[in-house]
Design a protein around this ligand. Structure first.
Ligand code: ZN
Length: 160
């Protein structure tokens, strides 16, 4: 079976920037799971996974335009502390999640006040060229429920 639209794919990855600095990895953790063909993952990665089979491993370099986009200047926003999720006490430099109409968005805390925080809404990986080492761990047909939700359930996917 090969990766195509409406398959649920599990894969391990190690992500480095173009200078070889480690950013994140699933080594020793559950693989990442996603529903192929539904823009669950960045376009450059989804395109590279198309047609691959279980056991395939490869390296793909993703430019910002196929990744998290360019960094935007003036991406600062003031947000009420009660809308920041991921920690109880906030300090500059910490990552937070904010719920938006497009789902959860990762932001970086820049300044913390008594009731509000200034956050940079650029994705932390915006503007970066990303180098992924990928290993495909599992491929299966998506369930009807997963297709209607537009995401994968189970290990590495959504739980609800
Ligand atoms: Zn769901």
């Amino acid at each position: 079976m090969n990766i195509s639209k409406d398959t649920v794919v599990q894969f391990h990855y190690t992500l480095k920037d173009d200078k070889g600095e480690l950013i994140e990895s699933t080594a020793g953790k559950d693989p990442m799971a996603y529903l192929h063909g539904h823009s669950n993952i960045i376009p450059g990665l989804e395109k590279a996974l198309e047609g691959k089979a279980v056991g395939d491993s490869f390296t793909v370099t993703v430019e910002p335009k196929d990744g998290y986009g360019p960094r935007q200047e003036n991406a600062m926003q003031r947000i009420s502390l009660k809308h920041l999720q991921g920690a109880r006490k906030w300090k500059p430099g910490m990552m937070a999640f904010v719920e938006t109409d497009k789902g959860y968005r990762q932001v970086t805390v820049v300044k913390v006040g008594k009731f509000n925080a200034d956050v940079d809404t650029n994705h932390p990986l915006a503007g970066k060229t990303l180098v992924f080492d990928i290993q495909v761990a599992d491929i299966r047909e998506a369930s009807a429920e997963e297709k209607s939700h537009g995401h994968a359930h189970g290990v590495g996917g959504h739980h609800h």
